[in-house]
Design a protein around this ligand. Structure first.
Ligand code: GLY
Length: 493
């Protein structure tokens, strides 16, 4: 998609609503700021993003397992983690417009010096509620502001039961909540959101294995160090591996995970030039972080954090060890040596932000086709294929119905028998359906069907018996579309 026209975040939100991806929550009552409902297409895209993330971060790896913790937990978790005391935003008011927004601790001084604003005070964005019927201090609990803490609180159990050995990771996908002062920019800053987080633990001072580093050798990104930001320099494209070798990225593990995270987006069709890695300044880091690199994306609103990749050191396990009085050290050899693991890297990705990125990357208004085409990767697309009988008659519909039933055992399939074939193609192009299968006269006579490629509108004819196998290979990217069957003349684009 060369020279793709970018759209605004508002245009994306409108498109998502019109097509059934995302709606303001309970819009019939005016919605509620910072809360969103996913529609019939959105839920499929979200599930596919989670599945793709889980596959790469957990299923493909020997060293990572997953958990699913509760949203509300013992409030001592949040006292130990430092969130009750240190997880605060500063509320700033624009004197002229009255608009309130939050700023981070490192930004507050500049607002204090600017007489256009009033710094109103600090605010802890953790939502609170009560367990049981009585409100009161003893019953006060928090909706988790990050999923990470249930990984730390359960670390010892999971490590032992899954028979993990350092280095290793524990991953989780789940809801988190932050009572944002000014939720805005569609799903970018929502009050209820989902996180995909991995806590990667190592024994202190242990190196990243060379075979891991070999995997990332060719990955490039525009890098912006703390120093470059101080000197107001622009980002510089370099190999992440070389940045580690030159000491620009301090830890080999940090370089490895930065490259893996970027690689995940690229493997699903995102353009490398839309990403950069920015190091947090000293005053900008979260209360638990030793070093943080954000994987940033050039959103329509500008460069913003897509994914935080923090070195949390042993902060969290140490805190839980001290407050719970339970030992969090683990054995590292058969001589009985124990260490307190360090979280050398925490890739922490908001699902809503990943959703926006994949939609922005996919969205194109094709002037020639006079239609929006969503070029979603087939692994992410809500429907893998549409099946359309294009000749009227019971026997064609019956055959199409049987094909749909069979394909649905493995794929997400949309059956559509109404409207002109052109309209049916156009509807599916807008939903991001990568392949559409048509049933015609030859389907009965020769037991073949055509498959159309969303992006090129090219068509191939394949045996009905082979449809499943061909779709499987197309989705996995194992064959090029042109090689999937015999090319046929495209009558309707
Ligand atoms: N776990 C990191 C974050 O929620 O920002």
């Amino acid at each position: 998609m060369p020279d793709k026209k970018e759209i605004t975040i508002e245009e994306l939100a409108m498109f998502c609503k019109r097509k059934g991806f995302v709606y303001p929550s309970a819009e019939i009552y005016g919605g509620l700021a910072g809360f969103w409902d996913f529609g019939f297409l959105g839920v499929e895209l979200v599930n596919n993003i989670k599945k793709a993330w889980w596959h790469v971060h957990v299923k493909e790896r020997e060293d990572v397992v997953g958990i699913d913790g509760s949203i509300i937990t013992n409030p001592r978790v949040w006292e130990a983690s430092g969130h009750v005391k240190n997880f605060v935003d500063y509320i700033v008011k624009d004197k002229k417009t009255g608009e309130e927004f939050k700023v981070d601790a490192h930004e507050v001084e500049s607002y204090k010096k600017n007489d256009k604003y009033i710094v109103e005070g600090v605010f802890n964005p953790m939502f609170t509620t009560n367990v049981g019927p009585h409100a009161g201090k003893g019953n006060l609990v928090y909706l988790r502001p990050e999923t990470a803490q249930s990984i730390f609180a359960n670390f010892k159990l999971v490590f032992e039961q899954a028979r993990l050995k350092l280095p290793c990771g524990i991953a989780q996908i789940g809801k988190a909540f932050r009572n944002e002062v000014a939720p805005r920019e569609f799903l970018f800053r929502a009050r209820e959101f989902e996180q995909m987080e991995l806590e990667y633990f190592i024994a202190p001072d242990t190196k990243c294995p060379s075979e891991y580093m070999d995997e990332i050798k060719s990955v490039e990104v525009a890098l912006l160090t703390e120093d470059m930001q101080k000197k107001k320099q622009g980002a510089k494209v370099m190999k992440i591996y070389d940045a580690w070798k030159k000491g620009i990225i301090n830890s080999d593990w940090h370089a490895y995970w930065l490259a893996k995270e970027l690689g995940w987006f690229l493997s699903l069709g995102a353009r490398g030039e839309k990403f950069r890695a920015r190091q947090h300044g000293k005053d900008e880091k979260s209360h638990y972080a030793v070093d943080t690199w954000d994987l940033e994306y050039e959103f329509p609103m500008g460069w913003r954090e897509l994914e935080g990749i923090a070195n949390r050191g042993n902060y969290d396990l140490k805190q839980h060890q001290e407050v719970s009085k339970q030992g969090f050290e683990v054995l590292v050899d058969d001589k009985g040596t124990k260490v307190l693991p360090e979280v050398i890297c925490e890739p922490s990705l908001g699902l809503g932000r990943a959703f926006i990125v994949f939609m922005l990357e996919a969205y194109e208004h094709d002037a020639k086709r006079d239609n929006i085409i969503l070029h979603l990767n087939p692994k992410l697309a809500p429907y893998t294929a549409g099946v359309f009988p294009i000749v009227k008659g019971d026997k064609y519909e019956k055959l199409a119905g049987n094909i749909v039933k069979d394909l649905r055992k493995e794929f997400s399939i949309l059956y559509d028998k109404s409207g002109s074939i052109g309209r049916r193609y156009a509807r599916n192009d807008e939903m991001g359906t990568p392949f559409t299968i048509t049933i015609d006269e030859d389907s009965l006579r020769k037991k073949t069907a055509t498959i159309r490629d969303r992006d090129t509108t090219k068509q191939v004819r394949v045996k009905i018996d082979e449809l499943k196998d061909v779709l499987r290979k197309l989705v996995a990217g194992e064959i090029k579309f042109e090689k999937a069957g015999k090319a046929v003349e495209t009558r309707v684009k």
